[in-house]
Each structure stands twice: as C-alpha cells, then as structure tokens.
Design a protein. Structure first.
Lengths: 178, 192
C-alpha cells in the first residue's frame, strides 16, 4: 500500500468526536440519534462488520426531560443474582443516585443485544453537567443538533425585555395576581 | 449462507504472486487417480487412463501423476496445489470426457474453488472516481475553528413558528401600520 493510499485509509476510517447537549431533551428520542453516531450508521461506508463508529460526548444529562409522567412510572429493574436480590428503582430515584444513568440506559437499550454493544458503549462519554475534561473536549469536532429546541424560562429572561413585552390585555385594577 | 457453510472459507478471487503476468506457474502440483480394475463405476476412469493419461502427463511435466488401483472402491480424483490445499473429487460413473474436463479444471485453478465463498460477486480496480468518502468531506466551513459545546450548533435546523412568535410578529405589524397612518395624516396636514 502506497503512502497516499495509507493516508486515504486513515482519513476514511478516522473516528470523529461528537458532542450532544441533553438539556430539555427526551432521552429515548435522543438515544436513537446518539446510537446512529456511535455505530457509524450515518456514514456511507457503514457495514455491520466494519468498525466505523464515532465517539459521542453527552453533556448536561442532569437536565434531561422525560415525557409525561415517566419520572414516576418508569421502573428500572436490577437483580443481584441472590435470592430476594431483585430491586425496582423509579426513574426519578435512579436520576437522583446517578444523573447519567437514565441517559446511559436509554442509549444501551436502543441498541440490539449483540457482542458489539458493550464495545460500542465504550465510545459513549456521559457528563452530568457541562464540565467536560479538557482532553476530551479538544477532540470534539462536531455537535449533534437536538431534535427539540430549548424553551426559554421566564426567570431567565432579563427584566427589560419582560417589561417591553406586548400584553394582550391589561389586568383590571382589582384583580389579585397570585 | 446457511448453517452448513459456517466454517466455509470466504475471500476474494485472486492470483498468487501475480501469476500469469509475464510468467505462468501451474498451481496444481500432484494429481492422484484412484480407481477399481473391475467395478463398473470406474469404467470412465479406466478409459481415461487407457486413452488420455499418458498424453496428459507428457503435456504437463510440472504435474506429478499418481495412479492407484484399489479393489471395489469408487473412482476418485485428488489434486494437491502449490498453496497446500488438497481437493478431493468423486468420479463415480463419470465418462472419460467428463473426467478429462474435471482434470482440466483442477489444472487451471489455483486452489479448491468450491471451498471458497466469494465475498463479492464483482471486482473493480477503480472503486470510486470521486475518491473514497471521508468524514471531512462536504463539511460546512463554519465548523472550522468553532468552539464546542456551542448553543448555535445545538439548535434544531427547522422549527415551526410558535404562537408567541406569531403574536409578536402581529404586534410589530400593527405598530408599523399605526406609524404609517400617523405619517399619512401628517403629510396630509402639511399639504393643506
């Protein structure tokens, strides 16, 4: 193999690092997106026997938004293997214990259970907040666009904008605002 | 591919050491013809040995030919190749024409072709005229030197207009119209 061809090979199979902001995102919707980047499904060279998956850095996993009443209805099962070792943890309890776990399990469960799955998961880097180590951040060359836009919170809007915001109607003087 | 082919070797068709470019080395090294002197199933093999085998051996001095008579057994062709492979082939009830065709096949191939699953049914020396794909192909120039994580790069590309945005737009339009009307009134008064 000539030098030019060797470099071509490196370029084609180069691992890209992606970053994904989980703020206000549905973990199960995001997991499909993250999975396709982890496995390299978005590449034209993809083949199941071809090791072309990318690294994905997930930040702000503490800020994920589960749909509906999933925080109280979703249950994570674990069994220690001993008799009576079964345990059921609600999603909000798991999230309190480890804020990266719900997102990690969502990505893990979105992939098919085969021998490759655990190796693919090694390429996933989860962070509860936006504090990412410098040596990881310097590899990142792409950001994955989120499927949902982040709504702006009322207490985060500055006071001037809020006062100048057009009102549909004025409250009557004797109206009690709670 | 079925379960019976799980251990079948797979690969691409290739000539060892560019065989046939400039010089040709016959890859078949040894051939053994096993047959029975009495049995009817060996009749074609016996005919072949009687009529064609000496010519074959003279034409191909690079191939060692063994002839092995054995009682009441099926006639068999065994070829051994330069790459160490050994191919066994039953010639039960074959005619001498069939046998000479099979031997010709063994002579011209460079290994047992039936024990290799072809990974692809096509071959090209020029896989792509545009050049192979790389992850850096067709990347937006904005991505150059951008700091991550960034808020702009995280936003979804197409978002439908929200009710709030629609209201603000209506409000702006209303204000514009009002100011234009005031402007018109002023102009009229000036004209008077």
């Amino acid at each position: 193999m000539s030098i030019a061809k060797r470099v071509q090979q490196w370029a084609t199979f180069a691992r890209t690092w992606h970053i994904y902001d989980c703020t206000w995102q549905n973990p199960f919707e995001s997991a499909k997106l993250v999975k396709s980047h982890l496995m390299g499904l978005q590449k034209p060279i993809y083949h199941p026997m071809n090791d072309c998956g990318d690294h994905v850095v997930l930040i702000n996993t503490r800020e994920i938004a589960l749909p509906g009443d999933e925080w109280v209805k979703r249950v994570y099962f674990h069994h220690t293997g001993y008799p009576g070792g079964a345990s059921w943890t609600l999603a909000w309890q798991l999230h309190e214990k480890d804020p990266t776990m719900v997102m990690k399990k969502a990505v893990y469960n979105s992939m098919r259970g085969n021998l490759q799955r655990r190796h693919t998961m090694q390429r996933l880097h989860l962070f509860a907040d936006d504090q990412v180590p410098e040596e990881i951040l310097q590899n990142v060359t792409n950001q994955i666009r989120t499927p949902r836009s982040i709504p702006q919170r009322l207490d985060h809007i500055d006071k001037e904008t809020l006062e100048n915001f057009p009102n549909i109607m004025d409250y009557p003087k004797d109206y009690i605002l709670r | 591919m079925s379960n019976s082919h799980l251990f079948l070797k797979s690969g691409f068709p290739r000539a060892p050491l560019q065989n046939g470019l400039g010089r040709y080395v016959c890859q078949l090294q040894r051939i053994t013809l096993k047959f029975c002197k009495n049995n009817g199933s060996s009749r074609g093999m016996r005919d072949f040995i009687e009529n064609h085998l000496l010519d074959f051996a003279k034409e191909n001095p690079g191939i060692v030919v063994y002839v092995k008579p054995r009682r009441h057994r099926t006639p068999v062709l065994v070829g051994e190749y330069l790459n160490g492979e050994r191919e066994w082939m039953s010639c039960r009830n074959s005619t001498q024409e069939e046998i000479s065709k099979w031997i010709d096949l063994l002579k011209t191939q460079n290994g047992s072709s039936s024990s290799l699953r072809l990974r692809k049914m096509w071959h090209t020396e020029v896989p792509s005229i545009q050049g192979p794909w790389t992850p850096f192909l067709l990347r937006s120039p904005d991505a150059q030197g951008q700091a991550y994580p960034s808020v702009e790069a995280s936003k979804p590309l197409e978002t439908p207009q929200t009710a709030t945005e629609k209201l603000i737009e209506l409000f702006r339009q209303q204000q514009l119209e009002a100011s234009e009307e005031a402007h018109d009134v002023l102009n009229k008064k000036r004209a008077e």
